[in-house]
Design a protein around this ligand. Sequence first.
Ligand code: C5P
Length: 222
Amino acid sequence: NNRLSIAIDGPAAAGKSTVAKIVAEGLEYVYIDTGAMYRALTYKSIMKGADLHSESEVLEILNDTNIQLLPGKSGQIVLLDGQDVSADIRTAQVTNSVSYAAVHPGVRMEMVRRQQQLAANGGVVMDGRDIGTHVLPNAEVKVFLLASVEERAQRRHSENIEKGYPSNLEKLKEEIALRDKIDSEREIAPLKKAQDAVEIDTTSLSIQQVVDRIMKLALERI
Ligand code: C5P
């Protein structure tokens, strides 16, 4: 039984983590949310008053930071230096500044090193922006999830309303579009579909339909 590496990339709020989690559970694989690692670093940098645009300041913090991803009952738990920051890394402040911390080449190099270590034994589903292109270029299954900005903003908006959070659809659209722009235009490892990735447009698909397609790709290779 071949323990695969499955790479799931795509723009912000395309539903990557939702489907990645379900696929990982189905295959009894480890789920690794690389965005959570960049978010944890961003959160700590903000708390320390660092300048996110300064590579040396952010990198110095990263080199002194332990980030652990653990499976929890209601989703993944993120431990930053041993402290649970799962909720703190999802605030609008972190969401809207994480892309600035993620542009730095030295920061990315160290993150990729840690991510490759986590995936060294296979049996992983990893989601992010550069998994198929840089982190796991030899992954047996590569998926690139797409959906229109309108659709992604609408999904996030409904999610916020459901959770009782304040939410502004137009603002969400702008924030998602800006994050995609920064992630796609950076020099190092920009958001980009790997040549050998299977593109899935989720705009008119249910979560289950997306999961089924990825499971099928995986089962063909096990
Ligand atoms: O996936 P999520 O939206 O939580 O990612 C947050 C941010 O982290 C992205 O907008 C991007 O700037 C950065 N990121 C990255 N490379 C990854 C995963 C996330 O640059 N592999």
